[in-house]
Design a protein. Structure first.
Length: 141
């Protein structure tokens, strides 16, 4: 028999999730191993709040565009991984084609560094890997 779940706009994500889980668990057809994804990524001097879609540099909010926030989050979830400019571009713009990928990503990374690096010319978070692309590194405290 079908069930109906009523969610209000005032319900938080956790509340909505609980209502759904309660309803599904009554049917006995649910895997109770579901987990919420991480709510933030924290590094020395830098915190990325995934829930708020906000970046904090030394506890101060940093204004970012969607592409900047998404790129930083994408790279920070995999510290040390080297991403090509094409990989970063495709993560941001899945179906959009351009011949100017290198310049687009270069400008994006340059703007991002200006916002999160104390010295953008000597970055500690987003480093260039010559001939390949960029990587996010965790600086020592």
């Amino acid at each position: 028999m079908g069930k109906m779940i009523v969610l209000t706009f005032s319900d938080s994500e956790e509340c909505a999730f609980e209502k759904i889980m309660d309803t599904l668990s009554d049917s006995g057809e649910i895997d109770h191993s579901l987990h919420f994804p991480e709510s933030s990524l924290a590094f020395p001097g830098l915190e990325i709040s995934l829930k708020e879609k906000t970046v904090y540099l030394n506890h101060t909010p940093v204004n970012m565009t969607y592409p900047e926030f998404h790129t930083l989050t994408y790279m920070a979830r995999h510290p040390g991984w080297v991403f090509t400019k094409k990989q970063i571009y495709e993560e941001l713009y899945e179906d959009v084609q351009t011949e100017n990928i290198d310049n687009s990503i270069y400008c994006l990374i340059r703007g991002l560094r200006k916002k999160i690096e104390a010295d953008p010319g000597n970055p500690k978070y987003i480093q260039t890997v010559r001939g390949i692309g960029y990587k996010f590194t965790i600086p020592e405290e």
